[in-house]
Unconditional design. Structure first.
Length: 176
């Protein structure tokens, strides 16, 4: 009877150990899957935001190039500003997802990029208004200021990319 009881207890202990091991393995796998899911959502949010920023900035580059003419085509400028506004709305929508996905280091970098973009848009808007008014008095100064703000925007987006890269653990996102 003792041998039978010992065998039964051994089987129970072995089953409990197997069950415990399976539970631990399942939890580890679930955490790993959740971490991968979270990372993929963040990667998608960051990539979508950066793509929207690229489209918005390309649209603004077209406006800037059109404003360089001695007599800019105001209709073309207005059409391209409309494209810019469409892309700017896309950027704002994409930013909301980045904010939701976090973390705070990426969100802070995002806000720096948003403020830099707003500063550039302010100058570009004034340049468009001056072109409509036929007032070239600030044109050279505004082009220099726009170039400076464009550089600051580039740096802010680069900082966002670095913050996202740090969170994702993906150094390929960094651009020097």
């Amino acid at each position: 009877m003792d041998a039978g009881l010992t065998a039964l207890l051994g089987a129970v202990v072995g089953s409990l150990a197997t069950l415990g091991s399976a539970m631990v393995t399942g939890r580890v796998a679930a955490r790993s899957q959740f971490a991968q899911w979270r990372r993929q959502h963040r990667r998608d949010a960051y990539a979508n935001y950066l793509a929207a920023v690229y489209d918005r900035d390309a649209a603004l580059d077209v406006v800037r190039d059109a404003l360089q003419a001695d007599r800019p085509n105001l209709r073309d400028i207005d059409e391209n500003m409309e494209r810019y506004f469409v892309h700017a709305r896309d950027v704002h929508r994409a930013a909301e997802i980045v904010i939701l996905e976090g973390p705070s280091s990426v969100v802070q970098a995002l806000y720096r990029a948003v403020h830099a973009a707003d500063d550039l848009a302010e100058v570009m808007g004034r340049m468009v208004r001056d072109a409509h008014a036929g007032d070239p008095t600030r044109k050279a100064a505004d082009f220099a200021l726009a170039a400076q703000r464009e550089h600051l925007l580039y740096q802010a987006v680069k900082g966002l990319r670095a913050a996202a890269s740090d969170i994702l653990g993906d150094r390929r996102m960094r651009v020097s």
